[in-house]
Design a binder for this molecule. Structure first.
Ligand SMILES: [Zn+2]
Length: 247
């Protein structure tokens, strides 16, 4: 299965053919269900967190995010980009296509290319539907289906999902393979949209220097170690943008 996925990604990004690499069998919820749950989670996050309305800040991430999104083949959702008040240099993705960037991240990055690198990585997660995969693993089909019926129990579950995603809880942490996939897709998006491809790598180096590998920030969760991600991104750059096989 992994080989098939990698092949699909290589074909996809080499422009030979459109192959939808979504691994549906990992996701037990449909695109429509993901959207419905994602809308509820997004509404809850917007109640719990302070969404920045400053139009210059919002435009800063939307312009980059939309340029990256335009470099993707057809995809399940239209992505939405938000800035939230939080000092930690982090970003996270919600099922259904909403991507949140902390104000702390905007202050942390050295330049727009690093910001683009992080956004490209998060788009990689959304494109592969990793947030829904994470929910599928944590809750199972029955519980997820019951969340579609709005009652007090499902509201509590949605609230708990929102808090976990926003607070760096277990739902916002992905597997090693998912992280490497998001990096690979992110790298390709930077390349295809004509942006500098080293933004994500330079961002990770800065984060690693400051916090050390395996810190508590989900963007650099210990699986895989940040050093491994930096090495892989560097190899892709040296290979002229060739995708690496995900181990
Ligand atoms: Zn990630």
């Amino acid at each position: 299965m992994k080989r098939i996925l990698v092949l699909a990604l290589v074909l996809l990004f080499s422009g030979c053919a459109y192959v939808n690499p979504l691994i549906q069998d990992f996701n037990i919820i449909s695109v429509e269900e993901e959207k419905a749950i994602g809308d509820q989670v997004t509404a809850e996050i917007q109640k719990e967190m302070t969404i920045v309305s400053d139009s210059a800040l919002t435009a800063r991430i939307r312009n980059i995010g939309e340029a990256l999104e335009a470099a993707l083949p057809p995809h399940a959702f239209n992505y939405q980009f938000y800035v939230v008040e939080n000092k930690t240099p982090n970003a996270f993705s919600v099922p259904g296509g909403s991507i949140y960037v902390h104000t702390g991240l905007l202050n942390f990055v050295d330049d727009e290319n690093q910001l683009a690198g992080v956004l490209a990585h998060e788009i990689g997660h959304e494109y592969q539907r990793h947030p829904a995969k994470s929910l599928s693993r944590a809750y199972g089909l029955e519980q997820l289906s019951s969340m579609l019926f709005k009652n007090s129990k499902s509201q509590n579950q949605i609230r708990s999902i929102a808090l976990q995603l926003a607070g760096g809880g277990v739902l916002s942490r992905y597997s090693r393979i998912d992280e490497l996939e998001a990096d690979s897709i992110g790298f390709q998006l930077l390349r295809r949209s004509g942006m500098r491809v080293d933004g994500l790598k330079r961002f990770l180096i800065k984060l690693n220097n400051l916090y050390g590998s395996g810190g508590s920030i989900p963007l650099m969760s210990s699986h895989p170690p940040t050093a491994e991600r930096i090495t892989r991104l560097d190899m892709m750059e040296r290979n002229g943008g060739q995708m690496l096989q995900t181990p």
